[in-house]
Design a protein around this ligand. Structure first.
Ligand SMILES: [Zn+2]
Length: 355
């Protein structure tokens, strides 16, 4: 999938991207996976939604770090990473794959796939959290594509996941459900209930609550006002107006830079067309929903477009340089450091604390 970088890329990076980045970048939303840990390839199943997001079948940590090096060649790079959060994945094998990646590569902070649909016991979660060095949960999506039905936040983060997240102060990376995204009142209410019920958990809404378009963010952002334990990652959000609205409403401290590698390693940009996003990409990527390939124009990495969206939103809202740096690194690092170290986690009421 990777298109090699050129001299023109280097020039563009030096002039437009590098000046916005602090010396170290923390990417709060990345994946590592191997189709060897899958039960099926979604795009081979003929199921509805199976071709919603067609990706490389193998995305080892080495490739993640290679892509990061291509996008941010002279910066220290660290990343929060997790597996393949769909029914295709075999949870146990996917969990092992992510834990091994994080063990082998410094600067990777793993999250464990979690959700009631996986049917896991508390003991199974605890064993995985303790042995894998996981910092929290990435909420599992029990479907392919974007047909969410009427699933609510409660069905994605169940009682077991909530109890563990709160007791251990885990990060909970939530891909909000619903056709209406975080703009929908029932989803907003679900997030607020989760935040209230798990005050010790640190909840991160992936893709800014899936608000890729200004109108969505406009309708969504007020719901996060006053929530002390909710953040948003910027993965695949490339519209500066979306981030401008977010910054105006809840300030820079709640935003975490994220890419969604391998997706954001594609060359192109996610744009708004009428009332949906469309990924405009260079030729060579597999066909996928809302992905339009074309040629005759220059395109950089989508990860750069996320950086540019932050850059413009920062300029338009007048946040300070340290505040902007916070989005790229410090906010997320503070979040990781404020959690309890994974191997000294409190085992819960009545259980002795591990040495
Ligand atoms: Zn993702």
């Amino acid at each position: 999938m990777a298109i090699p970088t050129t001299d023109a890329d280097h020039t563009y990076y030096e002039q437009e991207i590098a000046p916005v980045l602090p010396p170290a970048v923390l990417d709060f939303h990345t994946h590592v996976w191997s189709a060897d840990a899958w039960q099926e390839r979604p795009w081979d199943t003929q199921q509805p939604g199976g071709r919603y997001m067609v990706t490389p079948e193998h995305y080892p940590a080495e490739q993640l770090l290679h892509d990061a090096r291509a996008c941010f060649p002279d910066r220290d790079y660290q990343a929060v990473c997790f597996g393949y959060p769909t029914p295709a994945a075999d949870w146990a094998r996917d969990t092992t794959c992510v834990a091994l990646a994080a063990r082998r590569h410094q600067g990777l902070f793993p999250l464990l796939l979690a959700g009631p649909a996986l049917g896991l016991t508390r003991a199974r979660y605890e064993q995985a959290l303790d042995s894998g060095g996981f910092r929290g949960f990435k909420v599992f999506l029990n479907w392919y594509g974007d047909d969410y039905g009427d699933i609510g936040v409660e069905e994605m983060v169940g009682p077991t996941e909530r109890a563990l997240a709160n007791e251990r102060g885990l990060i909970v990376m939530l891909h909000v459900p619903g056709r209406g995204r975080l703009a929908a009142p029932d989803v907003q209410a679900g997030v607020r209930r989760l935040a209230a019920e798990c005050p010790q958990a640190r909840i991160v809404l992936a893709h800014c609550g899936r608000c890729y378009l200004p109108g969505q963010m406009q309708a969504a952002i007020g719901s996060l006002r006053g929530l002390a334990n909710v953040w948003m990652d910027t993965s695949m959000v490339m519209d500066p107006v979306v981030l401008q609205i977010a910054l105006n409403e809840i300030g820079p401290g709640r935003l975490l830079f994220g890419t969604d590698f391998p997706v954001a390693a594609m060359r192109g940009r996610r744009v708004r067309v009428r009332d949906h996003w469309v990924d405009v990409v260079l030729p060579g990527y597999p066909p996928s929903a809302y992905r339009v390939a074309g040629e005759g124009y220059r395109a950089g990495f989508m990860a750069w477009e996320i950086v540019l969206a932050i850059r413009w939103a920062a300029e338009l809202t007048g946040i300070s340089e340290p505040e902007r740096d916070g989005i790229f690194h410090d906010n997320g690092m503070a979040l990781l450091e404020s959690g309890r170290a994974p191997h000294s986690a409190d085992r819960g009421a009545g259980n002795p604390r591990r040495p």
